[in-house]
Structures are given as structure tokens and as C-alpha cells.
Design a protein around this ligand. Structure first.
Ligand code: GSH
Length: 202
């Protein structure tokens, strides 16, 4: 499998974590943002929106991180997607919560403090309020299950990790740290060798 990626990109990191969890061999092609390679014709042929990640598996081309991680798990016969329909639906639910209710708010802090794209105080305050609302829901879930969909680590958990990793390196850590169960889940997930490797610590 050929993977066109950027190691620091959040969406790439979902793919790298899934590749590691499923022991899938791959060849990493760096798409260098500093050189504008993501908007060059060669990459637009792989990802028409000029973004990473994109993969090519023996001629099968695919983009969109959440579609890619499902494909990688299916292809590898991995155990990151529940077979039970209800558990799988819960995985989908939490992946949607990540997209709609978690990431847009967490990323306000990441853009502001890490990626050099400042937001006004009002925007950060609104993001904090929205993040608190989502974290309260997650906190309640983790009061009864160790992972988002139950007893097992799934793609849903993977989807949050890149944003958690960056947000914990910003003052948003003070918000996140108020939620003990969320912190315990983050510790469980981030200690996994796949995440240590993905975040450049393994
Ligand atoms: N929905 C896409 C989003 C991909 C995305 O936003 N990638 C970012 C890096 S995390 C990117 O390539 N940004 C460059 C740009 O949008 O110009 C996915 O999940 O793969």
C-alpha cells in the first residue's frame, strides 16, 4: 500500500495509527506542505481537494481519512470495527460526534496555539463552551465503558487521538483535565504502541 501523507497532519495520524494497529505494511510518500506539494498536479490526481491523506492499494485509490481507516481495517481483517451491528452503529455514532462536536472546537485551540492561525478571544471562549458540552457527554460514557463503543478499542477511539494529542499541548489541556474519565481514556489510548509510534515517540 502506498500512503501519501504528512506525519504531523491530524488526518494522516488516524491512518498511521490504523496501519500500526493492523500491522499493515506500507510505503510512505511525504507530501511536503512547505513546498506546496499538496496543491500540485501529482497530488491533486490522488486527492482532488489538495489534502492529505490519500492511499493507493495496488491500483485502488482512496482519500478521506475515515474511509481509509475502515478500508485498512477491512483489508487486514483487523479487529478495530465491531462485528455486532449495534456496536458498529455506536462506533459510527462516535465517529460522527468526533467530526461534528469535538474536532471543530478542539482545533480552534490547536490552530491558535500551534499552527499559527490566531483566533479572537470570543472564538476561543465559544470553542471552550462547546468543548465542555462534548466532554461532559464523553465523561458520562467513560463512566461505564473503557472505550467509546464499549470494552474494545475501535476506529472511533483512533479518530479522536490526533486532536487530543495536539489539544493537550495547548491551554485546552486545562479544559480536558477537568474530566477524569476522559483523561483516563486518553492515557489508555495514548499509551498504546501504535499511538506512541504515530506521535513520533515510539
Ligand atoms: N476530510 C478530510 C480532511 C483532510 C484534511 O483536512 N487534511 C489536512 C491535513 S490534516 C490538509 O491536507 N490540509 C491542507 C489543505 O487543506 O490545504 C480527511 O478526513 O481526510
Amino acid at each position: 500500500m502506498l500512503a501519501s501523507l504528512h506525519a504531523k497532519s491530524t488526518c494522516t495520524r488516524k491512518v498511521l495509527a490504523t496501519l500500526a494497529e493492523t500491522n499493515t505494511p506500507y510505503e510512505f510518500t511525504l507530501v511536503d506542505f512547505a513546498k506546496g506539494e499538496h496543491k500540485a498536479a501529482a497530488h491533486l490526481a490522488r486527492q482532488p481537494f489538495g489534502q492529505v491523506p490519500a492511499i493507493n492499494d495496488d491500483g485502488f485509490a482512496l482519500y478521506e481519512s475515515r474511509a481509509i481507516i475502515r478500508y485498512i481495517n477491512d483489508k487486514a481483517g483487523g479487529n478495530l470495527v465491531p462485528t455486532n451491528p449495534q456496536q458498529r452503529a455506536l462506533m459510527d455514532q462516535w465517529m460522527s460526534v468526533e467530526t461534528s462536536n469535538f474536532t471543530p472546537h478542539a482545533m480552534k485551540f490547536v490552530y491558535h496555539y500551534i499552527f499559527g492561525r490566531p483566533h479572537g478571544e470570543d472564538v476561543l471562549a465559544a470553542a471552550e463552551a462547546a468543548l465542555n458540552a462534548t466532554l461532559a457527554v464523553m465523561e458520562k460514557q467513560f463512566a461505564t465503558t473503557p472505550y467509546l463503543t464499549g470494552a474494545e478499542f475501535t476506529l472511533a477511539d483512533i479518530c479522536y487521538l490526533p486532536y487530543m494529542e495536539y489539544a493537550m499541548a495547548t491551554p485546552a489541556k486545562l479544559i480536558l483535565s477537568k474530566y477524569d474519565n476522559v483523561m483516563a481514556w486518553w492515557q489508555r489510548c495514548s499509551e498504546r504502541p501504535s499511538w506512541q509510534k504515530t506521535a513520533g515517540r515510539g
